[in-house]
Design a protein around this ligand. Structure first.
Ligand SMILES: [Zn+2]
Length: 207
């Protein structure tokens, strides 16, 4: 016996803002999925599973209000860099709906303004809580830091471990994926990139 699942078309641009989570519909879909997987959804262990999974998705994709504020004026005579490393979070691979854990480092050269340090962590969290690709997450965090600080010298590194590589396909346990994103203005400035890289290395985080 075969089952046909109707797969809705993906939203056109992959970064399209997601709508609210329809918890009741998710619950229903999970129940159908379990049945399609040949499971008895009335057995005690699975009875509450659809509701639990629906609550998870609502929580995971629940959006905080967009990024605003929390920048401070900052003028110095010399040259400075700011780096925050070791930001660990979890995201969800949009190709397989399997989680990946990721450690992110952000470094930038302030251009008259600095960002609240915890805001940097929040930016990473916000962009991680989505159906994502590590490559895009890395770029989005950099673009957001640039947008809020007005600095064009922003670099972001991420090291991820993807369950879609460990529990399926190549089953490459322990394989890690590193991504780097430099804003275009940085890409041709090797010296400044190196300074940001050194600042990020000082946090002791893996890059
Ligand atoms: Zn994947």
């Amino acid at each position: 016996m075969s089952h046909t699942l109707t797969v809705p078309a993906p939203p056109a641009p992959s970064q399209a803002a997601a709508g609210p989570v329809d918890t009741a519909a998710v619950e229903d879909c999970v129940r159908q999925l379990l049945r399609a997987l040949g499971q008895d959804t009335d057995r005690p262990g699975l009875l509450e599973t659809p509701a639990r999974v629906a609550r998870f998705w609502a929580e995971f994709l629940g959006h905080e209000p967009g990024s605003t504020g929390t920048v401070f004026e900052h003028t110095v005579q010399g040259e400075d860099c700011v780096a925050v490393g070791g930001i660990r979070t979890a995201s969800m691979c949009e190709h397989h709906l399997l989680p990946f854990t990721v450690e992110v480092s952000v470094a930038y050269r302030p251009d008259g303004q600095v960002l609240g340090l915890s805001k940097i962590v929040r930016i990473v969290e916000q962009h991680a809580h989505a159906l994502q690709l590590q490559e895009r997450l890395t770029a989005q965090v950099a673009e957001e830091v640039a947008r809020l600080t007005g600095s064009q010298a922003v670099a972001v590194w991420a090291v991820g471990e993807h369950q879609c590589m460990t529990v399926r396909g190549v089953r490459a346990h322990g394989a890690r994926t590193a991504t780097e994103y430099l804003l275009p203005a940085l890409a041709c400035d090797a010296l400044l990139t190196e300074r940001l890289r050194r600042a990020a290395a000082m946090t002791g985080a893996s890059r």
